[in-house]
Design a protein around this ligand. Structure first.
Ligand SMILES: *Cc1c(COP(=O)(O)O)cnc(C)c1O
Length: 616
């Protein structure tokens, strides 16, 4: 038996230790020196000081402030809408594991995003209220921002993300529901992506300006990097710029040297632009028209341009996305840090047990998952079958429909919006039926459409109509309320993860990475992360050409290629070559899960994006 010497901290074997009884405790020392030292200063050595206790967030020690409009903290906290928020949550979970001194800032979203109900062939939306009181720790003091000439109080709630070694990353959720604010201002931080442009701009004032001021009020004096996860928080560096005295000129360079900007989408709707009249109304004379116009655009405030102009390091979220972003913003140098997922969070229970058995250490170092390449294929298949059982159960529980465990099951779940083309695989039902006569198929869909995204909602309607038409020939189910828990059940329980975005609009995509971690290969258009993750026939399969003229609609050609691959390669392999299939599964883990994780990603941000601030 080995103990730890309370004085020097070295391990001591019980047989060789010098023992000491103290009350009802027994202590073991390596040497007489340590025992005497202990008796001289018992209090100094006896009190076990937790390295990182829940109350010990050292605000001055934080080096990086990470700003994100959405962040997925837990399944029952509805402060996220999709991939951006899940990425933010996974990033912070890895920061906590790796003890990176980060503090995160987001909004409290008391009414959540929305709750989705699927009924009568369509989506219905309901409020998703939650209460931070009792769940989170209120921080003091508060901060104040000016909105439309009013002084608006902003308070913060602290959610602690505890890493695998006990290190804590605090997340501040900003809240304007403060009694000294007038009723309308109390609702500013209520709903994620709700409301009109005016509400959105007010939320961005709270996030960027309120965030910086609250961090200052809390005593975060050591911040060297402000990381903007998407352009929503671009007012943060503007607040840094505004708040330093301009007697010796504007501090453009020093603000820029501290700011990092990650852009997340080539889709226009993902880049906020605000009319100048609205900007004047909401911001007033925040920095002066000339400076704001110079940095963010003269006629409209473009939050992406503002972020680009105030950051020293700008990155896209996959190699391909870097190319696309460089074409969009040719004046700027754009780097890339390919996205990842938090490995422990996205591993199903059965694969956790499998990895624990064969790859000890994978939880704290997911790079070790490369050793999955040598997992016994039968064990991999067995773990998958049990994950599939869990999905089949879940589908029955939610829809009353019983899927078959022995049938090739394809999954498709992500935000329901036009460029994701969820309906591509259902674009020719006769072709699909023909394939399924030879090789039975079934599909599981999920995803929410933003309440104002009419084409996204129409996509859900056409899937539901196709499902009815296909009946039992090709069972298709649509599961409501896509969230973190359902995502894990889906990515681990299906046999193939399908992704058919319109090139080049998928910046990265992360659900396919979650699938790979659970041994599920992707069948996907070559866009986003799949350009890096696809090794044809080894980690999954590509649909369509590697690149295409984005002005040409490739939907018909992509659909034909999808049906051809499914019929001639994927389905025959699944039904006739189980060993070969299990090899593909372990290659998906070994090749892709070992790389596409947020531990690797956070280390790259530290090496390439945060280091400049740290050196200064
Ligand atoms: C992972 C995840 C996403 C992002 O999926 P993409 O493939 O990147 O579109 C969205 N929503 C939830 C709930 C997720 O878990």
């Amino acid at each position: 038996m080995t103990h730890v010497d309370p004085v020097c901290g070295m391990p001591v074997a019980e047989k060789k230790a010098i023992q000491l009884e103290r009350g009802d405790r027994r202590l073991w020392f390596c040497s007489e020196f340590c025992k005497q030292e202990f008796l001289k200063h018992p209090l100094a050595y006896e009190v076990a000081v937790p390295a990182h206790g829940p109350e010990s967030v050292d605000w001055p020690g934080r080096r990086v402030a990470y700003f994100s409009m959405e962040v997925a903290l837990a399944n029952d906290i509805p402060t996220y809408a999709g991939g951006l928020g899940v990425l933010a949550g996974d990033t912070l979970r890895s920061c906590a594991d790796l003890a990176v001194p980060v503090v995160a800032v987001s909004l409290v979203h008391r009414r959540g995003y929305f709750k989705q109900e699927i009924r009568d062939d369509r989506q219905f939306e309901h409020d998703a209220p939650w209460a931070p009181e009792g769940r989170l720790t209120a921080v003091s003091p508060q901060a104040t921002v000016e909105i439309e000439g009013r002084s608006v109080s902003v308070r913060g709630w602290r959610y602690d993300i505890s890493g695998s070694t006990g290190y804590t990353v605090p997340v501040l959720l900003l809240d304007t529901d403060v009694s000294d604010n007038p009723p309308e201002d109390r609702r500013i931080t209520d709903q994620l992506y709700g409301g009109d442009d005016r509400v959105r701009l007010m939320q961005e004032v709270v996030l960027g300006v309120g965030g910086v001021r609250l961090l200052q009020a809390l005593g975060c004096t050591g911040l060297e990097t402000f990381h903007l996860n998407e352009g929503h928080a671009a007012l943060a560096p503007l607040e840094l710029l505004r708040s330093v005295p301009q007697a010796d000129g504007w501090e453009f360079a020093s603000v820029r040297n501290r700011t990092v900007f990650t852009t997340h989408t080539p889709v226009a709707a993902g880049h906020d632009r605000f009319d100048s009249a609205l900007v004047s109304q909401v911001l007033g004379d925040f920095v002066g028209r000339d400076v704001l116009g110079m940095l963010g655009g003269a006629d409209r405030l473009n939050m992406t341009h503002l972020a680009l102009n105030l950051s020293h390091y700008v990155n896209g979220v996959a190699l391909r996305h870097r190319e696309v972003s460089s074409e969009m913003f040719p004046e700027y140098e754009i780097h890339q840090v390919t996205n990842g997922i938090h490995a422990r969070t996205w591993t199903s229970a059965t694969f956790m047990a499998l990895f624990d058995r064969h790859i000890p250490g994978w939880r704290s170092d997911p790079m070790m998952l490369r050793n999955a390449i040598a997992l016994p294929p039968a064990d991999v298949w067995d773990a998958h079958e049990r994950a599939k059982d869990a999905l089949v159960e879940q589908v029955t529980h939610r829809t009353g429909r019983r899927l078959r465990r022995d049938v090739l099951t394809l999954g498709f779940a992500r935000r329901a919006t036009a460029y994701k083309r969820a309906t591509l695989v259902l674009s020719d039902l006769a072709a699909l039926r023909a394939i399924a006569r030879e090789h039975p198929l079934q599909f599981v869909f999920a995803g929410k459409a933003h309440p104002k995204d009419e084409s996204g909602k129409e996509g859900i309607r056409s899937i539901l109509r196709a499902a009815r038409e296909l009946g039992d020939d090709v069972p298709v189910v649509y599961l409501a309320e896509y969230d973190l828990d359902l995502a894990l059940t889906l990515v681990s329980g299906v046999d193939v993860w399908l992704n058919t975005p319109l090139r080049p609009q998928e910046a990265s995509g992360t659900s396919g990475m979650k699938a790979a971690l659970n041994g599920v290969p992707s069948l996907s258009v070559l866009d986003g992360w799949w350009r890096e993750g696809c090794v044809e026939g080894a980690t999954g399969w590509a649909i369509g050409a590697a690149s295409s003229d984005s002005a040409v609609d490739t939907s018909r050609a992509d659909a034909l290629d999808l049906y051809r691959k499914l019929e001639q390669i994927v389905a025959p392999q699944f039904y006739r070559d189980r060993d070969g299939w299990a090899r593909i599964m372990r290659q998906a883990i070994g090749v892709n899960a070992s790389f596409f994780n947020t531990h690797r990603m956070v280390r790259q941000y530290m090496a390439h994006a945060y280091s400049r601030g740290v050196e200064r």
